[in-house]
Design a protein around this ligand. Structure first.
Ligand code: UTP
Length: 466
């Protein structure tokens, strides 16, 4: 028995987690070292405290009672100081000056979708079958061509998705984005624990179960991989943030970026108007002058149902996980050790039991710990909400059939509907039931479509404009 093993055994005895070494006798030398190294990196005190929920003494009901709507630009409306056109001009100028970058988070395991590759590889183009990666990369490329300046792209992977992501992007030459302008960076992980005992789980006899540490792990990962420095060196002032599973995302939307800049916001979030009080979205609210999210599950109905004088929902703004950040804000958060809190989620996690058998539970048996990016909001000066029409900005791929919401089918339908609307706007009729898809390399928005296509005409068979 070597020193490392003795040391780890002593640590595990202190924290009551000796079960992790139960199969040491059955492992070869390499496997033993791997397991001991992995255990050696765990902060057991942190895990104990997270399991005991010691940091979570938040009284949501009390907070919700004081919640007000956030400072926001409503759909189709301007701001008292700056019109929508002024905001768009400002955003477009920033894009033309090369001051905008993009972060795409793609480190999740996509467990609900049940796809065995990174979600970004999922075919989503309604006609083209292009992957989520291709659709969003081509949007970034389309925008950078339209404004004549590179938009550096930072893609967050996780140990679960990194190799496949890098291989896929390399195979497809980053879908046209030059290698110098695309950096894949890998986020960290957290172990999961048994929900009854708080014991760490083994994924195999020689390996702990770990999962990505949440999209909020982005902040530490950006710093660790030097991305914040790269952004600063390249003169990137504003970073647009989106998630891989939303191909309808308004990548680098000039209106959002423009208001974000003009109103000196350090973090701006796109929101949709909730259609019901307890819609399953995070509620963007303002409490004591600070913007934050209250999850729908934490919002008591009596506060969710409040209305304003006009009879509309008071807490109306639902987050769609699309944000703009100032690079200087992210740097400041990192420098002040603005480590984000962990949230707990109950999930089904396969594990090796005491007898050495792999168990695939049918009910959530484990607690996973994840950081959420929206926890940056309260730290941001002048945090702002921009309302978007979901039909033009949000259709996430989360679930597999038999689910009927947020599936690949609903997302494809939303993409087709959007592109039909763009065509209708320029007088092109698309026959009922006929799918159309517009490549972002053909047009990134209605305006560019109008510049490229002749008005009028009829489309009567499935058409991919590329
Ligand atoms: P979700 O919370 O929907 O998770 O992530 P998911 O992994 O896609 O799906 P489920 O919950 O396992 O079914 C929203 C976005 O955040 C990214 C995901 O890749 C997705 O773009 N994400 C999530 C990360 O990058 N890292 C994480 O640790 C978690």
């Amino acid at each position: 028995m070597n020193n490392l093993q003795l040391e780890i055994e002593s640590i595990l005895a202190d924290v009551g987690q000796q079960h992790l070494l139960a199969f040491m006798e059955q492992l070869d030398d390499e496997q033993r070292v791997q397991l001991l190294d992995q255990i050696g990196q765990i902060d057991f005190e942190e895990i104990r405290s997270l399991f005991a929920n010691e940091s979570s003494d938040c009284d949501w009901s009390e907070l919700a009672s004081r919640a007000e709507p956030p400072a926001a630009i409503a759909l189709g409306q301007g701001h008292e100081k700056f019109s929508r056109d002024e905001a768009i001009d400002c955003g477009e100028q920033l894009l033309r000056d090369g001051k905008v970058g993009m972060i795409l988070v793609a480190g999740g395991q996509g467990s609900r979708l049940g796809f065995d590759k990174p979600k970004g590889m999922y075919p989503i183009g309604p006609i083209s079958n292009n992957s989520l990666f291709q659709v969003i990369f081509e949007k970034v490329l389309g925008y950078s061509r339209y404004y004549g300046k590179t938009i550096p792209l930072f893609v967050m992977s996780s140990p679960a998705t990194d190799q496949d992501t890098v291989d896929f992007l390399t195979l497809h030459h980053n879908f046209g984005i030059p290698a110098d302008d695309c950096q894949v960076f890998c986020q960290g992980t957290m172990p999961a624990v048994d929900r009854q005992t708080g014991n760490l789980l083994l994924a195999a006899k020689d390996r702990l179960f770990t999962s990505p540490d949440g999209h909020g792990g982005m902040v530490a990962a950006l710093q660790k991989h030097g991305c914040l420095q790269t952004m600063q060196d390249r003169g990137i002032e504003t970073i647009f943030y989106g998630q891989i599973d939303n191909p309808l995302m308004q990548v680098c939307d000039p209106l959002t970026i423009g208001y974000h800049k003009l109103l000196a916001s350090e973090m701006t979030s796109q929101v949709v108007r909730k259609s019901e009080p307890l819609q399953r979205v995070g509620n963007l609210v303002s409490i004591d002058g600070r913007v934050q999210i209250i999850e729908y599950s934490d919002l008591p109905p009596q506060y969710a149902e409040q209305t304003d004088e006009a009879g509309n929902l008071k807490l109306w703004a639902g987050s769609i996980a699309v944000h703009a950040f100032e690079t200087s804000f992210l740097k400041r958060v990192v420098e002040n050790d603005g480590s984000l809190p962990f949230h707990r989620a109950y999930k089904k996690v396969p594990f090796v039991d005491e007898a050495g058998n792999l168990v695939d539970p049918s009910e959530p048996n484990a607690v996973k710990f994840e950081k959420f990016i929206f926890d940056l909001l309260p730290f941001a000066a002048n945090a702002l909400a921009i309302e978007v029409d979901p039909a033009d900005g949000f259709a996430a791929v989360k679930n597999a059939p038999p689910a009927t919401t947020e599936t690949a089918e609903t997302t494809k339908a939303a993409m087709v509907d959007q592109h039909k609307r763009w065509l209708n706007e320029i007088g092109v009729t698309v026959d009922s039931g006929v799918p159309v898809e517009i490549s972002p390399l053909f047009a990134i928005h209605e305006k560019q479509l109008a510049e490229k296509m002749e008005r009028g005409g009829i489309i009567s068979e499935p058409t991919y404009l590329v």
